[in-house]
Design a protein. Structure first.
Length: 101
């Protein structure tokens, strides 16, 4: 499966109150798992900076990653970006295949 990093920024309304955030977060995760079978969550972080949250997940394909981002927007994110990612050692192996000899 491919690895993706989901960067989300929530609307100001979605950030009001920890009880509401918790409820919304659980609802969002349940809906993602329902509509995106095969997702495997790797990590979830709250952030300081231009984004509010970062999730690392594995998905079976790009279409599933699109669904995750779209569902994030439906559940209160004003911005949701899923970025493909690969382990550094794998990146080096790929880079070796394109270097000039």
């Amino acid at each position: 499966m491919a690895t993706y990093v989901l960067m989300t920024k929530l609307s100001p309304d979605a950030l009001q109150g920890s009880a509401g955030r918790r409820e919304t977060g659980h609802g969002w995760k349940k809906k993602v798992e329902e509509l995106c079978p095969g997702i495997r969550w790797v990590a979830h972080y709250a952030l300081l900076g231009p984004y509010d949250f970062m999730d690392v997940y594995e998905a079976p394909d790009g279409e599933t990653a699109f669904r995750v981002s779209l569902l994030s927007r439906e559940w209160g994110a004003v911005s949701a970006e899923s970025w493909p990612a690969m382990p550094y050692e794998r990146f080096l192996a790929v880079a070796d295949t394109v270097e000039k000899k």
